[in-house]
Ligand binder design. Sequence first.
Ligand code: HEM
Length: 416
Amino acid sequence: MPVREMAPDEALAALFFSDAGLDDPNPYYHRLRAHAPVHHSATGAIFLTRYEDCREVLRDNRFGKATREGDSLIPSSDPAVAEYRRDLLRRRGPDRPMSMLFLNPPAHTRQRGLVSRAFTPRRVEELRSRIRALADGVVDRFVEQGGGDLLEAVGFPLPVAVIGAMVGVPEADWPRFRSLITAAAAGIEAGATVEELKAAEAANAEVYRYFEGLVAERRARPRDDLLTDLLAVDDAGDRLSEPEVIVVAMLLFAAGFETTTNLIGNGMAALLRNPAEMARLWDDPARLPGAVEEMLRWDSPVQLDVRTALEPAEVAGEPVPEGQSVVTLLGAANRDPDHFADPDRFDVGRDEGPPMSFASGIHYCLGANLSRAEGHEVFGSLIERCRSIELDGPLVRRHRMTLRGFEAVPVRVVPR
Ligand code: HEM
């Protein structure tokens, strides 16, 4: 059935569960936004596709993270999956605290405040020359080989090296995180099966044990790294507990990994599909910061965020009852024609304010500037070293809805 004839729930099902929707969600986003911008779906959740509505919910503290038993987390059409997710929440004991991503104020405010004392803009800026050196290293090798899969050669190794160096994870341990974090990340997808949820739980347990060991080492022998700083943070006597330091380190690792990989992959794919824009950027590298914002907007590495009404609230003037799940489709917000002129056009010169890709409000991405810096250094290094970059094989999408990216980005490069 053509998208323009689909009822909103049909468009939503196609978006999450069909190859066409996972390949290109934008026609479905447009259909929903035009016909049911505040869509009360058959799944029970409300889906938002307008920039202003997403922003309003994300900045309204009457909406928060689902923390109570019985709150629906990520809407799922499979009752076994929904039950497993609720059970997971029930089984979390006090020895295994939540990271800020899952907390509401005041616990969120406290944890984010303490972490922000260690994860400072200064630390990110100090890391800048290191990011540049790491990016130059992986890009040099890539160009020497005449190209290959950009994700394998640059997109995966760079973010893990950057966050690994920052947190203080020894280099020998970086490679094992790729499969672990990928398995853990599968657990947040709406389409996850019970098997994937179990694999995600096992991966999370392994990463937890790993950081437990590393935290004990740092406690015994402090170093100049974020893990040591997190252990030392002290706000008038308030400190992060050791399990909190572990879950925060895990969050920084997981949140900064696949997302930045996909910024690099999706960004390159956008340039390859829009060669005139690629030429504009190559001719004028000063456009790079704007171009990275446009990559984030045009094909957002994170496509959605979920909130629950913690008390009766409203969105776009409509009442929302307590307990109601609301999905903010960040990728759709980024293509809202009321916010971005001609939104389906990829334009490296666009200057219409930030995309919704890092969310908004109290959970606004803590690593936004770090991942932007990685984007600037990788594409800057590619511009410096490559006369041209061309596609060298099919661009195959990973069929994931929340964390959007490719299986591979195969390219051929001609060095300068
Ligand atoms: C292009 C790359 C990235 C994208 C698109 C991205 C996107 C996001 C989004 C949408 C959220 C909000 C989640 C929510 O509201 O539920 C978020 C939160 C977060 N991100 Fe990122 N992120 C990226 C890279 C990073 C990096 C590199 C780090 C860390 C080193 C990081 C750390 C975090 C943390 C700690 C949070 C939780 C903040 C909170 O709950 O208060 N992210 N990110």
